[in-house]
Design a protein around this ligand. Structure first.
Ligand code: AMP
Length: 215
């Protein structure tokens, strides 16, 4: 099963992708994570996209389509979760062509609906463990022991994304409404769209996603 998790920044796409990976053995393809990894390893492409990402703007379709194309050759019996990709109509078309060329298909596009005030609250409080990638939140999901990762036990490894500040978030939201939200109509017309309420506790949202993709 290949699915897209679609939604604005802070909708919970990353959190729910991690869960689907753990529970179903699916492979998460997050272009945001790939771009951050390119920055950390200091590749030419990583340097090229750094400032664009920090401002909250979209990087070029060419770069992200290239990243996804490389990954689709990997085998994945349980399927792929596309997280943060596609974000433009051109990327959506390219994904359809890439999947078809590999003999794969898209099974569902899950739109996670979250109101804008909740997004700002979620994003401005979030942080992750730099060792294992576990996600946390100052209010909604603090670690049991301050400064220590519940999952892997790393101490002092928490980090916050440079684009999780109010100004970059406004730009990211604008990019979502301007460039990405047309995908809702696009996948609706293709009869692939499933809409779920993305507000609530992580397990509640998880149950709604399961219902949408298994139903
Ligand atoms: P994310 O982790 O999905 O929030 O992505 C972080 C940033 O990476 C975005 O604000 C963009 O600058 C860039 N990015 C990630 N995925 C894409 C994409 N599919 N198209 C364009 N830019 C992207």
């Amino acid at each position: 099963m290949n699915i897209i998790l679609l939604g604005p920044p802070g909708a919970g796409k990353g959190t729910q992708s991690h869960r689907l990976v753990a529970e179903r053995g699916m492979v998460q393809l997050s272009t945001g994570d790939m771009l951050r990894a390119a920055r950390t390893s200091g590749t030419e492409m990583g340097k090229q996209v750094a400032a664009v990402m920090d401002r909250g703007e979209l990087v070029t379709d060419e770069i992200v389509i290239g990243l996804i194309a490389e990954q689709l050759d990997k085998s994945s019996e349980s399927g792929f979760i596309f997280d943060g990709f596609p974000r433009t109509l051109a990327q959506a078309d390219a994904l359809g062509e890439l999947l078809a060329s590999k003999g794969r298909r898209l099974d569902a596009v899950v739109e996670m609906q979250v109101d804008d005030d909740a997004l700002v609250a979620r994003i401005t409080g979030r942080f992750t463990c730099g060792e294992c990638g576990e996600g946390y939140h100052d209010t909604y999901k603090p670690p049991a022991v301050e400064g220590t990762c519940d999952r892997c036990g790393a101490v002092g490894a928490f980090k916050r994304r440079p684009d999780d500040n109010e100004e970059a978030l406004r730009t990211r939201l604008l990019a979502y409404y301007k460039d990405t939200s047309p995908l809702i109509g696009y996948y609706y017309a293709k009869n692939q769209l499933k809409r779920i309420n993305g507000l609530g506790e992580i397990p509640e949202v998880a149950a709604r996603i399961n219902g949408a993709i298994d139903g």
